[in-house]
Each structure stands twice: as C-alpha cells, then as structure tokens.
Write a protein that binds this ligand. Structure first.
Ligand code: TRP
Length: 324
C-alpha cells in the first residue's frame, strides 16, 4: 500500500489556492487505498519569521479547515509538525547526507534568501522537508511543481542514506498534476493566488462571505476578446477562471470551455463565483460546527498515530547508524 505525505504551511487565512491546489486534492486522495499523512508544517513557516499570534491562529485555522475539508480520517492522519519533535531530529541526521552546494542551488532558496535575508533556516529548509517525508517512509508526495526540486533532493538524500546504511527509506515519487490546480490571483492573473498578494481582491479566502466572493469575481481581471477559451499566455484571467470551475466540478478544461461557449464574461464570472460559494459552503459549515473538545480529541488521536509511525522509523535509523 502506498504511503502519502504532504505538508502545508500555516500562513494566514486558508485561501482558494490552498484548497484547490492542495487540500481538495488530499481529500480525494484520502478516499483511495493508501495511508496518508497530512501535516501543518509550522516549523517551515518559521523561516519567514511570522508574528506569534498570527502564527498561532493560523495553525489552528488551518488544522480546522483540514478537518472540515472532507479528508477521510479512516486512513489519514492530520497533525502539526512541531508537535512531533522527531521531524527536527531526523532533519539533523539527514543534514549529513546533503551537500551545502545542493542547498544553495535550490531556486526557492535563491528567491527567498534575497527577500528575507539569508539565515540558515532558509538554506536547510529542504532537509526538514526530506525529514517530513521520510519519517513516515512515504513513497508518494502530492505537491505542486514549485516543489519538484525539493523532492528531487529528498530522493538523493534517501538514496545516499540507503547506500551507506542499508535500505531504510523508500525513494519517494512526486504526484503532482494528478488533481491539483495552481490558482492565480483574480486581480493579477500572472501571479499565484496568495495571502501576500498586493491586491486583496485577487484572493478568495475560505470564509469570505457570498457577497464578497461575488464582488471579487466580478472585479477579476480578464481581457478584451470576449471568448471563454483556455490560453494561459494570452488569456491568463479567463484561463484561471476556467481552471477554478474545472477543478471544483472535476471537469476537463475542454468541457468547461464548451459549456460556457456562448456566455458573456460577466455571466461566466458570476457562475464561477456561485460554484465557488457552493464549494466553500459545506467546508465553512463544518468548520463552524467543530467544537474545541472535538478538535482536541482528533488532534490527540492523530498525533498518537503519527508518533507511532515516526518512532518506528527513527529507531530503525538509529540502529542503522549505531546511535542511541
Ligand atoms: N515546502 C512545501 C511548500 O512550501 C511545504 C512542505 C513542507 C511539504 N514539508 C513538506 C510539502 C513535505 C510536501 C511534503 O509548499
């Protein structure tokens, strides 16, 4: 049976890009025949030096969105990275199987190092990510294309460990493109939808009201050709709306194009907005109905499961290394 691991950083309110890019995907995967670990990777978030209370509420909200998103807890474990110290422990061990030059060549390191200044957390970030994946011996990692390099590094680290100390780790595969969608800002469709976007109206948050969602879609940037067809280069705005609709409805892009063939842009925007509203509604309902007690109990049970799995791997690793 496959073991799946994926992580999401708690960074502000969960938005539609997180949901359709990752979380929705996880919910679908969780109904397949695999064992899944979905982790809120708060230790990774520290590299951006978040404000304490923002981080705290973001961890809690992200956790509740995951619990409300339809992820099947029968075969999935949802937990917060910092509550399982073994991640950081394995990360240290794995750092000995990774060259400094490899880390310096990571595109994300180069990009982020320039905006946050260069602390070593940014440099070693991918080793922690390798530890996340390998600690549960995951062989499948659903992530976006921006994580391809990090996954490649994880594979190299795992191979090096195995070559030196025996076959402990599976070599994990990336499973992007299977379901996930990379959403773009509604206002600047050349940029990814994100909470740090320069135009707040470009991002749909999971708990935006109906009116706000309609307003944001109505003000989304399109083009002047008035044809609902998919062409990311020349029609990034319309293509993004097509992606959103297709992703929620599980429709091929071509089918969405056909369906809206004779629509005006205005009508199309409203229909996409309404689709998003009905997608978010049950998530919000569940989110709002999750009591603290219930959440605490789920967290406790899930952490226990994650801990068992992590400790098993750690003891194999320690035995292989001759420590502890
Ligand atoms: N680096 C990932 C991102 O920014 C988050 C992440 C951390 C992750 N650890 C992971 C993703 C392990 C997949 C597997 O999106």
């Amino acid at each position: 049976m496959n073991t799946v691991f994926s992580g999401i950083q708690p960074s502000g309110l969960v938005h539609l890009g997180n949901l359709l890019g990752a979380i929705n995907n996880w919910a679908k995967l969780s109904n397949e025949d695999s064992k899944n670990y979905f982790c809120i990777v708060d230790l990774h978030s520290l590299t951006a030096m978040p404000n304490k209370s923002d981080l705290k509420s973001s961890i809690k909200d992200t956790l509740k969105v995951l619990l409300a998103s339809g992820i099947n807890l029968e075969n999935s474990v949802i937990y917060v990275q910092s509550t399982l110290k073994e991640h950081a422990y394995l990360s240290w061990i794995l750092s000995n199987f990774c060259q400094v030059g490899e880390l310096q060549r990571m595109t994300q390191f180069k990009e982020k190092a320039s905006s946050f200044g260069t602390h070593s957390g940014l440099l070693t970030y991918p080793i922690l990510m390798a530890a996340d994946i390998l600690i549960h011996k995951a062989n499948e990692v659903p992530v976006g294309d921006d994580q391809t390099q990090h996954l490649e590094l994880t594979r190299n680290i795992a191979e090096r460990f195995n070559n030196n100390y025996g076959e402990i780790f599976p070599i994990p595969e990336k499973t992007s493109g299977k379901y996930g969608t990379r959403l773009m800002s509604l206002r600047h469709p050349e940029n990814k939808m994100s909470k740090s976007s320069d135009d707040i109206n470009g991002t749909i948050y999971f708990n935006d009201s109906k009116d706000v969602i309609i307003k944001k879609f109505k003000s989304s940037v399109t083009d002047s050709s008035n044809s609902i067809s998919y062409d990311v280069k020349s029609k990034p705005g319309i293509s993004n709306l097509i992606e959103i609709y297709s992703s929620i409805k599980n429709l091929e892009i071509k089918k969405t194009e056909e369906k809206f063939n004779d629509y005006q842009y205005g009508e199309f925007k409203v229909e996409v907005a309404e689709t998003v509203i009905s997608y978010l509604e049950p998530i919000n309902d569940k989110f709002n109905n999750l009591g603290d007690k219930e959440v605490d109990e789920i967290i406790r049970n899930n952490l226990e499961l994650a801990r068992k799995s992590a400790q098993l791997t750690i003891s194999e690793v320690e035995n292989a290394l001759g420590i502890n």
